[in-house]
Design a protein around this ligand. Structure first.
Ligand code: GDP
Ligand code: MG
Length: 734
């Protein structure tokens, strides 16, 4: 008995010890994203971090095309980042997992996905441009995910850089509370240096060793710096009670220690009350080490976030946030480990579809060079090989039992009573907790895609399938009228990237047709008709008579007429016939008669059908499709055009010019509000068709003072004149 007790005690201690180790370990991880407007310097900053952390031996440069994170050849050629890649490095005893993210509007979905996996972000500003259009977009996204953030004001080496303007922009355009922990300074020879406000030191970088070493000189006697430090403490103590208590009890700012300020700044940053601002020049190798120090010091540890997954205890839970294709290793799944441990060879259950899969290999990420490891712990980001059916957004768990237990614990912790019908309510809970599948935006542009020869059609389709798993915002369909494969997507760059990737990764040189706006069509007026077809095919008589009606309806695609004269007959219909009939009829909605757009908000109602003996299913299907096509032509369709929601921030004196231009673009002004004393925010919806080249037009109208973001926000009807113009354009007549 005594032995048994001792053994249990020993086991208990061991377990506790293991937990302590695990906790420390996860506390030593930072999962961060890096967000910015295009060209602000994300990639250059990432390269510098990797270099100083010892992960790379030489400095990659964007313009030379040898950076680690822009690893797709396509990105290297263009010098921009398209696929966010994960990179891991160690800095001062902490492990930083960093996701580089794309900055172009066509790829906002990618940014969105990677934000599920991070606990904090660095927002890079171009010191010469301040807050730009895409900065506003990514900032809003980070808000949505409640992510603590740091701001790095880059390009401060340039003579036209303006640190103060960036701070004003942060307050006025983003409603942020910036806390400047640094200020720029110039040394005697004109070199950029940095004042650290908290430690009151001046930092200077030596250029002869690629910025690896930098000196720190204390400037205790500087009254200017002293004032800035006091100001910082004053700002912070207004937001942090602990710091306020210290200030009150010591009755002086001078006696507040650097540690206390750091802790208060960390708390306020993690609670998203403030944003610490740092500066430097990634290109000139200045200010990167303090930036990494700030990541360690102020951004949250994994265990401080995602508390809702505590219900898994020590069981494994992970979230798939990206799938990439690797030439040698095939599809790789990037998983954020939320709880427990992931081991090589482990069986994982995909909770949404109940499928089980085995992780054959686990890699630690370093852009496209991956290092294989045996296991990884909660808090980290793992790259898994061997998962074939998982898609982005899936929650992975170790077993069905573990998932069920987690759900029960979650319900209990929320004080919900255990349900009678356990399965049903657990499903509801799991839906709430685990369904974070990203919403896939509707395509707003489309174009045809053609293989170089008929023989490569299958290879092209396979390649497109894989590309779609990686990028769900790419739509692929087949147009049976023209016999072409059609790509739907978010913009010109999006399609171009697909074309280049087909060539570089799959060696298929596809041709893209002209880019067209993806209109939808909707029913003009309700209509009903009967179609009877009789044919002799290879000696067998085929005959169908079918009565269908089209009505406007947003909920159901297909229904049976409920009137007394039809209901009995329809109820006696064989399910197989009903199935093929439905399939044929619904397929006809894929292409409307006006411009071949998808027909939406339309319901097909079956009134009657008689099928002759021995008639083939395919014949019934074709007849149903034909009947719907006939109805669409007789009733006519209206076009629906894609609408973009635009947010513009501009100085007051520019507003009237911007509005005048917008009204010429058929824009609907939704709201105009003041932002600070000098700026206004305009919210408008405008048709995509009127927005080609809008960002450069806005730049001209506002002399570069306005910033803008744009995203698709549904489809809407157009007036007859605009409609016929659109039809002429779609038919290539205009
Ligand atoms: P990204 O689009 O945000 O990834 O930006 P990149 O890192 O690709 O940088 C865009 C351009 O700005 C490149 O030509 C860089 O060399 C340049 N650049 C980046 N950082 C700095 C900097 O600190 N100072 C200057 N002068 N140029 C920079
Ligand atoms: Mg880049």
């Amino acid at each position: 008995m005594l032995q048994y007790c001792l053994l249990r005690r020993y086991r208990f201690l061991l377990r506790q010890h293991a937990q302590v180790i695990k906790r420390c370990y996860s506390g030593d991880i930072r999962n961060i994203g890096i967000l910015a407007h295009i060209d602000a310097g994300k990639t250059t900053t990432t390269e510098r971090m990797l270099f100083y952390a010892g992960k790379t031996r030489s400095l990659g440069e964007v313009h030379r095309g040898n950076t680690v994170t822009d690893y797709l050849a396509q990105e290297r050629e263009r010098g921009i980042t398209i696929c966010s890649s994960a990179v891991t490095f160690n800095w001062n005893g902490k492990r930083i997992n960093l996701l580089d993210t794309p900055g172009h509007i066509d790829f906002t979905m990618e940014v969105e996905q990677s934000l599920y996996a991070v606990d904090g972000v660095i927002v890079v500003l171009d010191g010469t441009a301040g807050v730009e259009a895409q900065t506003v977009t990514v900032w809003t996204q980070a808000d949505k995910h409640k992510l603590p953030r740091l701001v790095f004001v880059n390009k401060m080496d340039r003579p036209d850089a303006n640190f103060e303007k960036c701070i004003v922009d942060l307050t006025e355009k983003l409603d942020a509370k910036p806390i400047c922990t640094q200020y720029p300074t110039k040394s005697a020879d004109g070199q950029l240096g940095i004042f650290d406000v908290i430690t009151m030191e001046q930092m200077t970088w030596q250029q002869n060793d690629l910025g690896r070493n930098y000196s720190k000189v204390k400037l205790e006697s500087s009254t200017e710096l002293q004032e800035k430090r006091n100001e910082l403490i004053d700002q912070l103590s207004g937001l942090d009670d602990e710091l306020a208590d210290v200030v009150i009890s010591t009755e002086s700012f001078d006696k507040v220690s650097n540690e206390l300020i750091g802790q208060a700044l960390r708390r306020a940053t993690c609670q998203q009350k403030v944003v610490p601002v740092l500066l430097g020049s990634a290109y000139k190798n200045i200010g990167i080490q303090p930036l990494m120090d700030a990541v360690n010091a102020y951004l949250p540890m994994p265990e401080e976030r995602n508390q809702m997954y505590d219900c898994f205890g020590n069981d494994f839970a992970g979230k798939v946030f990206k799938i990439v294709h690797d030439k040698q290793r095939g599809p790789l799944t990037l998983v954020r480990l939320l709880r427990g441990e992931l081991k090589r060879g482990m069986r994982l259950l995909c909770s949404a579809r109940g499928q089980a899969e085995v992780v054959s290999k686990i890699y630690e990420p370093l852009a496209d060079e991956y290092r294989e490891v045996g296991s990884m712990q909660a808090g980290d980001v793992a790259i898994c090989a061997g998962l074939k059916s998982t898609v982005t957004g899936d929650l992975l768990t170790s077993s069905h039992t573990s998932l069920k237990n987690a759900q029960k614990r979650l319900l209990q912790s929320r004080g919900a009573a255990m349900p009678q019908d356990e399965d049903e309510v657990l499903d509801d809970a799991s839906h709430e907790l685990f369904s974070i599948e990203p919403k896939i935006p509707d395509a707003v542009y489309f174009c045809s895609i053609e293989p170089p020869s008929i023989s490569s059609q299958t290879a092209m389709e396979q390649a497109l399938k894989q590309l779609q798993r990686e990028d769900p915002s790419l739509r692929v369909s087949y147009d049976s009228v023209t016999g072409q494969t059609v790509l739907g997507g978010m913009g010109e760059l999006h399609m171009d990237i697909i074309k280049s990737r087909m060539l570089s990764e799959y060696k298929i040189d596809v041709d893209l047709g002209p880019l067209q706006i993806a209109y939808k069509e909707t029913l003009g007026s309700s209509a009903i008709t009967t179609l009877s077809v009789d044919k002799d095919i290879a000696g067998s008589k085929q005959s169908v008579s079918i009565t269908l009606q089209l009505v406007s309806d947003q909920r159901e695609l297909f229904s049976l007429d409920k009137s007394p004269e039809n209901v009995q007959h329809l109820n006696a219909l064989r399910p197989r016939i009903l199935g093929v009939l439905r399939k044929g009829a619904v397929s006809a909605l894929e292409r409307g008669p006006r411009v071949g757009g998808q027909v939406v908000d339309t319901q097909i109602r079956l009134h009657n059908v008689t099928v002759g003996r021995g008639t083939a299913d395919s014949f019934v299907m074709a007849a149903a499709a034909q009947c719907v096509q006939k109805l669409l032509i007789t009733s006519g369709t209206r076009l629906l055009e894609p609408i973009m929601a635009i947010q513009i921030v501009a100085p007051n004196e520019r507003i009237s010019g911007i509005m005048a231009d917008l009204s010429r673009r058929r824009a609907l002004i939704r709201d105009v509000t003041s932002k600070g004393d000098r700026n206004k925010i305009i919210l408008v919806n405008a048709p995509l068709a009127e927005l080609s080249g809008y960002s450069s037009a806005l730049r001209t109208i506002s002399s570069g003072t306005a910033s803008m973001t744009m995203q698709p926000c549904g489809f809407s009807e157009m007036n007859t004149a605009d409609e016929s113009l659109a039809v002429r354009r779609a038919q290539g007549l205009d």
